[in-house]
Design a protein around this ligand. Structure first.
Ligand code: MG
Length: 324
């Protein structure tokens, strides 16, 4: 088998690659970050950023690198503390551009209250591009375990805001489509911290990135062996993203964000959780979009606008290459 762009989509080809080659050889948990033993439990994650273009409306590769890493740590209810970053720079990159990206990383790290404590730089031949690899460490806050495998029957599903904005911003810029869509690229520290300090019974969290909400929900459903039911009319999508989707035949359910999360919350706490998320930074458009209806079966069912039922799978094919 040869690697194709589809192996980077975050959808079915990516998970097949991970299962067949990586999880068989490494001690990987299929979670946003792994919790390992130390003086206290610490969460660990790593990520690589190859987004093209490196500057886009609403952010750049530097902000994206910090947000992506911080959000993966948050999704295990840990408090992000330390990041490392490795830069792979292509020959010809303007140092002013590099400086701008590094300043953007520093600003985002300050916003997320994390410290970038180690780094590495390599230069390769190329065309002035930049890749960033990060690692992140967070200190686990939870008493109740927050895990992809922890969704329970009757839990409610909350999405923290509008779908597809990062994907739509990158695609618009690449295609030269004029609109004012901006990437939602943001660290979700405030909303996760507010859920934790208010002792909300959050069973699972995952940030909605490559592959979109449909892929992320399928991953959670499979890990917990539960059936999710979500309602199309409740999905928050901005008018501009909806227009772009109409124009290009895309579905917001399969488009990536970089500043949104899905939280699966005990039914008795879900209204309170929604209020907390809506009052938090970057959570104003949050909505309860569905619930866990069965724990004898796994998958994701969509109740469509015309009242039909549709089984949602994970993203198939290459999606939008180099979206993050
Ligand atoms: Mg993630």
């Amino acid at each position: 088998m040869k690697i194709t762009m589809a192996h980077g989509s975050g959808g079915s080809d990516t998970s097949k690659l991970i299962e067949e080659i990586f999880t068989n050889n490494f001690h990987n948990e299929l979670e946003d970050s792994a919790i390992v033993k130390g003086c206290n439990n610490i969460a660990v994650t790593t990520d690589s950023f190859v987004v093209s273009p490196m500057n886009f409306p609403g952010g750049d590769i530097g902000r994206l690198a910090v947000c992506g890493t911080v959000n993966d740590l948050l999704m295990r209810a840990s408090k992000p503390e330390y990041l490392t970053c490795g830069f792979i720079l292509q020959e010809g990159l303007d140092t002013d551009v590099l400086k701008q990206i590094v300043e953007s990383m520093a600003k985002t790290a300050k916003e997320a209250n994390v410290r970038i404590v180690a780094g590495d730089t390599k230069v390769v031949e190329g065309d002035g591009g930049i890749y960033i690899n990060t690692a992140g460490i967070g200190f686990v806050q939870n008493v109740v375990e927050v895990s992809a495998a922890n969704c329970k029957c009757n839990d409610d599903i909350i999405i923290s805001g509008n779908l597809g904005e990062h994907h739509a911003a990158i695609l618009s810029k690449r295609m030269g489509i004029e609109n004012s869509i901006e990437s939602d690229c943001a660290p979700l520290c405030d909303m996760v911290n507010n859920l934790i300090i208010n002792k909300i019974k959050v069973h699972a969290m995952r940030d909605v990135t490559r592959g979109g909400l449909a892929t992320v929900l399928n991953e959670l459903a499979e890990a917990s062996n539960v059936l999710f039911e979500i309602t199309e009319s409740k999905l928050p999508v901005s008018a501009q993203v909806e227009d772009l989707c109409g124009l290009l035949g895309l579905e917001p359910l399969f488009m990536g964000n970089e500043g949104k999360m899905v939280a699966v919350v005990a039914h008795e706490d879900s209204e309170k959780a929604l209020k907390i998320i809506k009052a938090s930074k970057y959570g104003e458009n949050a909505a309860i979009i569905g619930r866990v209806i069965k724990d004898t079966d796994s998958g994701v069912t969509l109740i469509t606008d015309i009242g039909g039922k549709r089984q949602l799978g994970v993203l198939e094919g290459e999606g939008l290459p180099r979206i993050c």
